[in-house]
Write a protein that binds this ligand. Structure first.
Ligand code: ZN
Length: 314
């Protein structure tokens, strides 16, 4: 990476309220969830995935997503994102006031069937229906496709790069405005990140916008840095590293937002996030989910004196 590549902005999207809470053992009360999301926005996060519009009987932690979206949709400067599995969910998200929706499409056929009861091609077709509806009836709604298990699958093992590229191309053809490559189960490595980002970029260009990384093997931040070196400037992360996937056995939490911000800012990238305020937002997790383990190097060690506190826009 050349010196000028360091002088850039990176968008950190917090996914704790969705990816983090869906695997939590307890259910965070709605009012606490809303206060937590507000605290994350006040720490400078400009993009937050606040929940998913899935049937409450499948993921009861997400039953209040409509209420949560409505409560935070008007926070200044915040892009409120929700995950939706189908057109019905997309319509609910739009009515509640979400600015962006992420439609997960698993590149691995087995994971796709376990996660959504649909094969990969059927999931791509569903995204096509959502994108067509959004063009006609939901002006301004950003439809993003999440390529799940792009770096490997806990059910079927290796996922070929050719298949990831093919699915990415079909998602763009079906109308996805942007793509995020997700290491759903956390099996990726930095060399693979470089190869896959280059392959997908050569097929769909900068429609590939973001990486969604899990830290199962402790390689999450190394993978994020490989993504940075490959030109990616948007990353999903979760406060205190909460997270997982109910249908991906062995998956662990997302990369830790606080540690990602520390790495990015220390390396000269600007995130707009006030790390002290971000660390303070962990208090909502300790209070709302007392049985949940909280992770993170920065919180464990404290912010070192070498860290220059960046200017916070809020
Ligand atoms: Zn995830």
């Amino acid at each position: 990476m050349s010196a000028e590549d360091h002088a850039g902005a990176v968008l950190v999207r917090e996914v704790g309220p969705r990816d983090g809470l869906q695997m939590a053992h307890g259910i965070m009360p709605t009012d606490l969830k809303i206060r937590w999301i507000r605290a994350l926005a006040e720490a400078g996060l400009r993009s937050i995935e606040v929940g998913s519009f899935v049937p409450p009987k499948l993921i009861p932690q997400m039953a209040d997503t409509g209420e949560v979206v409505a409560a935070v949709r008007d926070l200044p400067g915040l892009a409120v994102t929700a995950l939706v599995p189908n057109l019905k969910g997309a319509q609910r998200a739009y009515r509640a006031g979400a600015a962006r929706i992420v439609v997960p499409v698993s590149v691995s056929e087995s994971h796709s069937r376990a996660n959504t009861n649909k094969g990969t091609d059927e999931a791509v077709a569903e995204l096509g229906r959502i994108a067509a509806w959004a063009r006609a009836e939901a002006p301004g709604l950003h439809v993003e496709a999440g390529c799940a298990t792009a770096f490997g699958c806990s059910i079927e093992g290796a996922v070929s790069e050719a298949r990831v590229v093919r699915v990415a191309e079909s998602l763009v053809a079906a109308g996805a405005a942007s793509l995020v490559l997700a290491d759903t189960v956390g099996y990726g490595n930095p060399a693979q990140v470089r190869r896959l980002v280059a392959a997908v970029r050569s097929a769909v260009g900068d429609r590939l916008e973001a990486l969604h990384l899990h830290d199962t093997m402790g390689l999450g931040l190394a993978n994020a840095y490989a993504g940075l070196e490959s030109g990616i400037r948007q990353f999903d992360a979760s406060l205190a590293g909460l997270g997982g996937c109910p249908y991906a056995p062995g998956a662990s939490g997302n990369i830790v937002t606080e540690d990602l911000v520390f790495m990015l800012e220390s390396a000269g990238f600007s995130t707009g996030v006030d790390l002290n305020r971000l660390l303070a937002a962990r208090g909502f997790l300790a209070g709302g989910l007392p049985d949940e383990p909280l992770h993170g190097g920065v919180s464990r060690a404290g912010l070192p004196k070498t860290y220059a506190t960046p200017h916070c826009p809020y």
